[in-house]
Design a protein around this ligand. Structure first.
Ligand SMILES: NC(=O)c1ccc[n+]([C@@H]2O[C@H](COP(=O)([O-])OP(=O)(O)OC[C@H]3O[C@@H](n4cnc5c(N)ncnc54)[C@H](O)[C@@H]3O)[C@@H](O)[C@H]2O)c1
Length: 313
């Protein structure tokens, strides 16, 4: 039987590259399409000699046709605050133009389509934890809006292709995910703390550190994607770890796992920084039989080698 072919936009990024690995494991031929704006060839270096894997270095804000595909996974988008702040317009473009082009590729070949959305769609939430039915509290003109509104538009256009063109679509709302291949300097909590701890620098906590986040280890997250991809659900599904930590607790876990003697220091909270963020994963549990298995301390230990190598370069 002919093997299915998946196209992964953003396939050289953190999550995209792990997804490529997982899809190869599921028996797909995989075509990664990435312009390397925030991704790195190092993330897919191990696949270079795999005949079932191909990379197209390409900006998906331009229309594309790379031949027949069975599944389009649209993961291209700067994702960390540092990246989307540096590339604000590119972030809005890939969420709009890039999303149209990814949807059109799926439509042309009658492929299924899966898009990575985000918990940022909920903004600074007034409802806690966040269910998929919550519409969010987003500042449309704040500094984070280049990302938040880009992703909200991505969801809107995806639902429109489903409704108007009967495209077989999936939307995952990803909550903070961490693990090997994250960029060290992307401003996200875990790489930041890991880098600071492993270099013996002070750990920077913004505000009083009582704001909460939940962190999902990357292999748990990818397993959630695969289950959603195989399901028939068209409305968004939260995939993330519901165990909530304050930023201060997270800093303490990082110090424990790395054995670092670094101190924790405080800096002012950036504008629009959400105070609480935790997924309600009832839908993923009931619909997909999915829940995360790896707790924060274990995930940090699994990631330690990678961060140590990255931090000491
Ligand atoms: N990592 C998380 O915790 C998280 C949380 C919520 C949502 N997400 C979503 O998951 C997806 C992947 O995030 P990530 O953490 O892997 O980020 P990443 O920056 O590592 O990966 C994004 C990839 O997209 C590529 N890209 C960006 N613009 C492009 C364009 N115009 N054409 C082609 N390629 C382009 C980048 O080069 C990069 O390889 C994003 O859509 C992001 O919004 C991630």
């Amino acid at each position: 039987m002919k093997k299915p072919r998946a196209l992964v936009t953003g396939g050289a990024g953190f999550l995209g590259s792990h997804l490529c690995d997982a899809l190869l494991g599921e028996g797909y031929f995989v075509l990664a399409v990435d312009n390397l704006l925030t991704g790195r060839l190092a993330n897919i270096e191990h696949l270079r000699n795999d005949s079932r894997f191909e990379l197209q270095q390409f900006d998906i804000n331009q229309p594309f046709d790379f031949g027949n595909v069975d599944y389009v996974f649209h993961f291209a988008c700067p994702a960390s605050p540092v990246d989307y702040t540096a590339h604000g317009i590119a972030t809005l473009k890939v969420g709009s133009l890039g999303t149209f082009h990814a949807l059109d590729a799926a439509l042309k070949y009658g492929a299924k389509y899966f898009v990575s959305s985000t918990s940022e769609c909920y903004g600074d939430p007034m409802e806690h934890p966040q269910k998929e039915t919550y519409w969010g509290n987003v500042n449309p003109i704040g500094p984070r809006s280049v990302y938040d509104e880009s992703k909200r538009f991505t969801e809107a256009v995806t639902m429109a292709y489903h409704r108007y063109h009967q495209l077989d679509t999936r939307i995952v709302r990803i909550f903070n995910t961490y693990g090997p291949r994250m960029q060290l300097n992307d401003g996200r909590v875990i790489p930041n703390f890991m880098k600071q701890a492993l270099r013996g620098e002070d750990l920077t906590v913004y505000g009083d550190g009582s704001q909460t986040r939940s962190f999902c280890y990357v292999t748990d997250e990818i397993e959630g994607f695969l289950r959603l991809a195989k399901s028939a659900e068209h409305f968004p599904v939260n995939i993330g770890n519901p165990t909530e930590f304050t930023i201060l607790e997270c800093a303490q876990r990082v110090l424990a796992v790395t054995g670092s003697k670094s101190k924790i220091v405080r800096e002012p909270l950036p504008p629009d920084d959400p105070k609480q963020r935790r997924p309600d994963i009832t839908k993923a549990r009931t619909l997909l039989g999915w829940e995360p298995k790896i707790d924060l301390e274990t995930g940090l230990r699994f990631s330690l080698d990678y961060f140590r190598r990255a931090a000491l370069v």
